[in-house]
Design a protein around this ligand. Sequence first.
Ligand code: SAM
Length: 302
Amino acid sequence: MVKEIMANSLPTGPKGIRFLFGEFVHYDYFFGYIGTLLHAESGIQHIHIMENEFWGKMLFINNCLQFTERDEFIYHEALVHIPVQASPKGKIKKVLICGGGDFGASRELLKYPEIEEVIIVDIDPDVPKLIKKYFPSLLPENPKDPRLKLITADAYEMVKKFTREKKNFDLIIIDTTDPDVSVEGGKTQELSHALFAEEFHRMLLEMSPEGIVVQQCGTPFTMKDILKGTYQIFKKVYPENEIYCYRADVPSFGGDNAYLMRFPFEDPKTPKWEELENTLYYNHEVHRASFGLPKFWKEVLE
Ligand code: SAM
């Protein structure tokens, strides 16, 4: 028998380029995804959208995973329902989302009829356009909900303007890409950087002295400097007894995501609103458990 030395060629794949995308978590370790490239651009941010069999469609900004279709609900439900439900019932009427041009946070907020206004301020006009094309499941149930407004601007500049105009929000959600917080204080390139700084939080406090502020702070197991640095900023700006940290396990992030919250009311660990039926992650049991932090996180929060 003649030894077979040539392999069969690969069958032609589906439409699009099948490629391997690597997201570096550390300089010698990365998450690798195989899939079809649906979109790639280098505008004000590098944006890639790919489709992977397990995770569904995935959005990367500047080579960092922002979310996957399969588990984005966990990140967004934790980001929104914990501060809303922690607040005195009916308290949240006006909400500002800094970043969040993917609509995921607004989708969750608009589930509450009590919420009257949701403003998204995202710096990159391409993000909302691409979401409408590739990720319709992130859009609110009624994408034309009159309570929702999208502004394309740097949230830093917009908050400055809102402060001058004496606009007030009950809840401010900072749903941005991660900042650059390397141990060496490496070079800054993320557009979100200023939204993690003291000046920005001082403006938020001036704009909404009684406002709840929640900020996503990355995945501490692999990037603890974001939580550590942001907590130091919160401590400088807000009373220490109003600062809380909670977490949510987002599998595609490879560890629990951290959220820091400035909460100027009583007892955020107890939910005060009725449970919604149309959530997949959030319920009152998860609400209470989200504030239980592992010892190694508490060390970061000292
Ligand atoms: N789930 C996310 C994660 O993994 O961190 C956040 C997703 S959301 C897509 C991040 C958004 O922040 C992007 O659409 C980006 O354009 C926006 N962004 C970054 N810097 C910003 C700034 N200075 N002002 C407003 N939006 C900003």
